[in-house]
Design a protein around this ligand. Structure first.
Ligand code: GUN
Ligand code: ZN
Length: 434
């Protein structure tokens, strides 16, 4: 089998860093290497040791750049690639004025296919090798998403949005149609290559109770699938939800009552939570997902990462394209850092880079496959250049430690700092694709 050896400064997290001094939580090889074969990482370690055991491998020298596991984005919407940067609205108006009209276009399979390809190339260009995505209500959008991902051999999770009210007619399904379509798509895509399915009721406002029951049934019938939805993003959204579901104890209860809450549930935003909701998250093992650029852009509020972590809740982090304003997980950390600063919480770069790699993989239960460079894991690798722009190069002149370099990358970096992205062992950054 053909082998490729990447040489560079290798950084790989083995567990979540507990603080700035916790250098035991990761391996760092100043002159390091990893060997990829058949889409998998075969060996990782110091260059001298690894290269001695990899005779005949094609060597690609990425020094002095950093090699890390590819980034994982835990929440985004691929049919919103042309909604990013839509002016002036908060959540509900933004959905009605910009997003729903745009998602109507994804009934056209050709359009969905073109946009899915462009979207995945953007992810790769920004160093993201896996993501959990909402498609549109249309079945064809899911086929586009997973078939374009398969062409790139990306590990992607996603699902058809289920929505049957409070949206334009052309964007609404019915409880039965959403169940049937989702079921068919699970049969077609879940476990095929690197694809996994997520049962995807959009959020409480756009589903009738009957539809959420159907979503709960799908989750029960397919325990290997994920569940993704939105929770407590915006105060008007919460008020409207409680009007629509007067018997619910709180917003989360709407999902909990129909069996949508488990360790495989990914709950976008989860900002304005009641104490009972936090208890239910902790008990169920569900994962709130922090979407910093989106939360600032829509003026939604400040995610309490520290408070949730203190309760043992494992949160993910994500771009939330297209309310999010950047595909870059580096820029997502930048804005996330600032949101936590406003609450007196400091996100150390070790924990930040763990979060966008192994941390998000842990939320998915996939930490043995992605988010890691350990031998045996899938060969998704990002190559980071902390001197990618003149301003970064200038700043790097004063940098002495790995932690400082990582912090420069997360505050100043974007796709320009991604020198290359390997997906399942292949160099895939669009400019470099042959
Ligand atoms: N809540 C329901 N749908 C959406 C969406 O598309 N984006 C965001 N940010 N919140 C939502
Ligand atoms: Zn979202």
């Amino acid at each position: 089998m053909e082998k490729t050896l990447l040489r560079g400064r290798v950084l790989n997290f083995r567990r979540e860093p507990q603080g700035p001094e916790d250098t035991q939580s990761f391996d760092y090889f100043e002159d390091g290497a990893l060997v990829m074969a058949g889409g998998v990482i075969e060996a990782v370690g110091p260059f001298e040791t690894v290269s001695a055991q990899a005779a005949g491998a094609t060597v690609i020298d990425h020094r002095p750049n950093l090699l890390m596991a590819g980034f994982i984005d835990l929440h985004l919407h691929f049919p919103q690639v042309q909604v990013i940067a839509s002016w002036g609205a908060q959540l509900l108006d933004w959905l009605n004025n910009y997003t729903f009209p745009e998602e109507m276009r994804y009934g056209d399979a050709g359009h969905a296919d073109a946009m899915a390809g462009a979207f995945l190339d953007q992810l790769i260009g920004h160093g993201t090798t896996s993501a959990v995505g909402f498609c549109s209500v249309h079945r064809g959008s899911v086929d586009a998403y997973f078939s374009q991902a398969a062409q790139r051999d990306m590990r992607m999770i996603g699902g058809k949005v289920m929505m049957d009210r409070n949206a334009p007619e052309g964007l609404c399904d019915t409880p039965q149609a959403s169940y049937d379509d989702s079921k068919a798509l699970i049969g077609k895509w879940h476990g095929r290559g690197r694809a996994s399915y997520a049962v995807t009721p959009r959020f409480a406002i756009t589903s009738t109770p009957e539809q959420l029951e159907m979503a709960g049934a799908l989750a029960r019938e397919h325990p290997g699938c994920y569940v993704q939805t939105h929770l407590s993003e915006n105060r008007d959204e919460i008020a409207h939800t409680l009007e629509l579901y007067p018997k619910a104890r709180d917003y989360l209860d709407v999902y909990q009552q129909v069996g949508l809450l488990s360790g495989r549930s990914l709950l976008g935003h989860s900002i304005h939570l009641e104490p009972r909701e936090i208890d239910a998250l902790a008990e169920s093992g569900a994962h709130p997902v922090f979407c910093p650029t989106s939360n600032l852009f829509l003026g939604s509020g400040l995610f309490d990462e520290g408070g949730l972590r203190a309760r043992g809740i494992v949160s993910g982090i994500a771009t939330d394209i297209g309310a999010g304003t950047s595909y870059s997980m580096l820029q997502t950390l930048n804005e996330g850092y600032k949101i936590l600063q406003l609450q007196g919480q400091a996100l150390h770069p070790y924990r930040a880079f763990h979060w966008i790699t192994r941390g998000n993989a842990v939320a998915l239960g996939l930490e043995d496959r992605i988010g890691t460079l350990a031998a045996g894991s899938e060969a998704d690798v990002v190559v980071l250049d902390a001197r990618a722009t003149p301003a970064m190069a200038l700043r790097m002149g004063r940098v002495e430690t790995l932690a400082q370099e990582l912090f420069v990358l997360m505050m100043m970096g974007d796709d320009r700092a991604v020198a290359q992205t390997y997906v399942a062992g292949r160099a895939m950054k669009p400019a470099n694709r042959g």
